[in-house]
Design a protein around this ligand. Sequence first.
Ligand code: ADP
Ligand code: NI
Length: 216
Amino acid sequence: MEPDELVARTEAYVRDAMAADASGHDWWHAARVRATATGIAAEEGADGLVVALAALLHDVADEKITGDPASGPLAARAWLESLGADQALVEHVAAIVAVVSFHGAGVPDAPTSLEGRCVRDADRLDAMGAIGIGRAFAYGGHAGRPMHDPGAAPLLAGSREAYRAHQATTINHFPEKLLLLTARMETATGRRLAEGRHAFMLEFLARFEREWAGED
Ligand code: ADP
Ligand code: NI
């Protein structure tokens, strides 16, 4: 199958698989990550086909939803094999899908290829800035979490298990993950894009605090 058709068929599959989600993993998340990741890839000299496919497929079977860390790479592999994609391409995309997610402040990211770094940076950029703020509150509502509790201290999780079990308030999700992402960017392009999004989150949090205290 030609690369263009592989991407078009994958896009249609992901659009359908992620159509009805309200937890921040709707189709448009995958679409934005693909656009950002392929933009980063072009600047970094990465393989655009691998990046587009991994970005599209990275959340079709999310561990947070399925409860199984193997389900994401398995779903990506099964889909690409069903299209008869080249085995090396299938393995590369599945390996990227396996290591995209964030697992806690104290849990380092597994090393990955240049293409994996482009996708990981793009996925994290979509958790930052105005869109990231919107997604965090959407996720908090979906999970039934309080928006804010001034008495709840943030948890800098030291293990995947602790991070997954933790019932964060949405405001605590900022120090627990969102404000840590800039320092974890792995491409120069990602780092540049992260700056404005990071600054906007700090501005939002400062205002949130002032309004909470009735000062603004
Ligand atoms: P990604 O799709 O970037 O890998 P996740 O799958 O971890 O991110 O989460 C999806 C979205 O929900 C992200 O924007 C993330 O920051 C947000 N999110 C995850 N956990 C929480 C939480 N405890 N509170 C608020 N938002 C969260
Ligand atoms: Ni994602």
